[in-house]
Design a protein around this ligand. Sequence first.
Ligand code: SF4
Length: 409
Amino acid sequence: MDVNEWKTERRTTRQISVGDVPVGGMAPVTVQSMTTTKTADVEGTLQQIYALAASGCDIVRCTCNELEAAEGLAQIVPRSPIPVIADIHHQYKMALAAMEAGVHGLRLNPGNIRKPEHIKAVASEARDRNLPIRIGVNAGSLDPKLYEKYGGATPEAMVESAQQEIAYFHDVDFDLIKISVKASSVPLMVEAYRQLADVTDYPLHLGVTEAGPPPAGLVKATAGIATLLMEGIGDTIRYSLTADPVEEAKAGRQLLEALGLRERKNVDLIACPSCGRAEVDVIEVANKAMEAFGERKLPLQVAVMGCVVNGPGEAREADLGIAAGNKRGHLFVKGRNIAVVPEDEMVDALVEWAEFINEHGIEAAIDKADTEKAAREAAKDRSALLEEQGDDANHSTEKIVEIRKTASN
Ligand code: SF4
């Protein structure tokens, strides 16, 4: 099965570089996040940046809202493991200070830095330093004139705001541009990005702004970002969650992996939803497995299945999996049974085999296993369960009879 077959063609965009990270062109889609510490707190901010980088963040943004923040950036940038962008609102002088501090790029909000001479002063300096700028349009802080002209923060108003800023940049021969048109409404941001993608080939930074705390925030951000990515739109993404920014980076990374836009770095844990056949508490085992895999860099798909009757078959595409039956855990690789372990050793065995497969590959795991014995044991437990539960472990037939009775009364 080749997932590349169904991949949407990505929109062709120009490429810029944020530090050593390419954005746009055919570069992999990147994950961004933003620190929540005071930028003047150098050690605290760096700690957060390191945690973000370890969670899959490619580019980080720090606010530069005061002189102390710019001074902090001067110390943060040289020690940061990933490129640093300064987030600028209202004060164009902070943009100049951040560039002096050595940042790898800027984000300007055209809604609150509006004087053309200020915008051009920043763009000229960025041009001379070869630094990219993101035009960060935000529905909530749109230029009041455009708000009035369009009668609200419409997709058209947001796109025009971005185009006005591009025109100012072009006036001073600056084109290291990426653009975002974020909104907290998913349909609004999706439409704004679609319209923007039609009129420019600059790379786009996707996000649903103020998405809120998880899980609702995750759902909203994913709905907006994934919709656009599946249409081939988007070169870099940020989840704006009311949560530890590490959650943003993880979510971004996971989304790109799930969409096949980035190579898998960590375990992709899949689990059956559980049903009347389940021989274990699937939620508990899946959570334990998730915890045991933790930050281990194992780019494998691992399945936790509630029963050996259907588990290995249902998850036959997984690299490795475990299915429960008769107080035992049945391990399988690509649907083939490879070992049987006591139920309470299931998770440890899963991690051990995952490490083995990561190092030696699927074939080596199958060669090492006594697959015939494992298959015999699985067949034994499967038939014992079928005998005990029958074909209809969820009692659907009984329920249907009851439903029919109720309906005919
Ligand atoms: S049949 Fe087995 S594997 Fe499928 S959902 Fe039920 S418990 Fe899980």
